[in-house]
Design a binder for this molecule. Structure first.
Ligand code: FES
Length: 110
């Protein structure tokens, strides 16, 4: 067992994801909700570099489930937080599952 029950990484410093949405706002929202939900000790939200999924952003990953979300909109965040981060149930309709392992950049990615 690691130091946190839930560890979220948001791609904020890749070349592409920050061009596709307000990635800093995603971090801020999830951190804020974590504090409000009393998860200060159990949730860590880290800013991260590129996941080599450029073109599919904004991207975030939730561990320990290793569930990835792509094209995350701010309007998706309440559901991702409530259902998955707080209650452990991934939001299947938003899960990123491209069917290929490893790097998966789109041709138009930066
Ligand atoms: S810039 Fe976010 S996955 Fe590459």
């Amino acid at each position: 067992m690691g130091q946190y029950e839930k560890h979220v990484f948001v791609c904020t410093s890749g070349e592409d994801c920050p061009t596709r949405g307000d990635v800093e706002a995603i971090v801020k929202y999830l951190r804020g909700e974590g504090v409000k939900a009393g998860m200060k000790e159990s949730l860590r939200v880290n800013k991260a570099g590129c996941f080599s999924q450029c073109g599919h952003g904004p991207m975030l990953v939730v561990y320990p489930e290793n569930v990835w979300y792509a094209g995350v909109k701010e309007s998706d965040l309440p559901e991702i937080f409530e259902s998955h981060i707080k209650n452990g149930k991934p939001v299947q309709r938003l899960v990123y599952d491209p069917g290929v392992k490893g790097a998966n950049k789109t041709p138009d990615a930066h």
